[in-house]
Design a protein around this ligand. Sequence first.
Ligand code: F6R
Length: 366
Amino acid sequence: EKGGYDHFMLKEIFEQPQTIYDSLRGRLDAKKGTLTMGGIREYADVLSNANRIVIVACGTSWHAGLVAEYIIEELCRIPVEVEYASEFRYRNPVIGEGDVIIAVSQSGETADTLVAIESAKEKGAIILGICNVVGSSIARASQAGAYTHAGPEIGVASTKAFTAQLAVLTLTALKIAAEKGSISEQRFQHLLDELEDVSDKVATALELNDQIKEIADKYKDARDFLFLGRGYNFPVALEGALKLKEISYIHAEGYPAAEMKHGPIALVDENLPVVFVATKDTYYEKVVSNIQEIKARKGKVIAIITEGDETIPAMADDVIIVPEADELVAPMISVIPLQLLAYHVGVLKGYDVDKPRNLAKSVTVE
Ligand code: F6R
């Protein structure tokens, strides 16, 4: 049932070229330049006229929501907030008609997320559910939605569900932008083409598995890790840190790379591995300066970079080279090495990566 893999987690990481394809299939037709989303068709108008969008989720799904915030604001020019479901629901948020809530959940059963959307619905908001499990409670409580179609996720740490969420949230943003007229035809077509190419690029990134195992071996005894990124890659840094914590029990923190100098930089010494998600995008030059700041304090830099980059390899201790992609879709590719890194560190330390201690696949208590 593990399909020849040692663990479900590795199997599910390797399934991603297919699961990303499945999440786009039947929706995206790059050749024709069309995008069909059955589950939101009726609400396309409501979505494009939303005063604001609030994304509610927990954990890895919350990280997918953060990427979506950047994408929706960029393409749709609608203000977006991303909320931890547990905080959102208890602080008596200002919600009313004209607000759209997007609930993101793999299981569709996370209690905090479910309760958050139920109370927002009572206040007149429209709920869009992005769930993986068909017929789940959150899917049923939503008026509109789209399934991620990643298939059953058995490994407790979420991997393929995350990239499928990113794919579907990007499609949703494109759909709203097209409806609203806030995107040019060229950019729309360009992003459809980019989305279509993501599966192959993820397959290429998976070829780095052996190299990442070696890097994992080199750093597995570190006490702490820092993960840094900016822009679309900032949530990827958060996700890399969460995966490592869950699977290897190494303390790890994710930060926006520039925020590091406001505190976390105090932790940097020759024993601290710092993982930079530093692919070529609008933020690249700034990230290069952040890498210099770490090197000046003797931190060990492991950088996820784009092929063809000649600057960072001269500075970093280790580089992991991924295919080039538009910055909006890059997170689906740049997260792959971080999933593999967490996996290998956990396995090398002798832990049961499919069932990390203290964690459950779905958190059905508030
Ligand atoms: C991380 C992880 C958790 C879940 C979170 C939300 O690897 O698995 O952080 O992402 O509990 O779960 P869902 O998406 O089912 O609502």
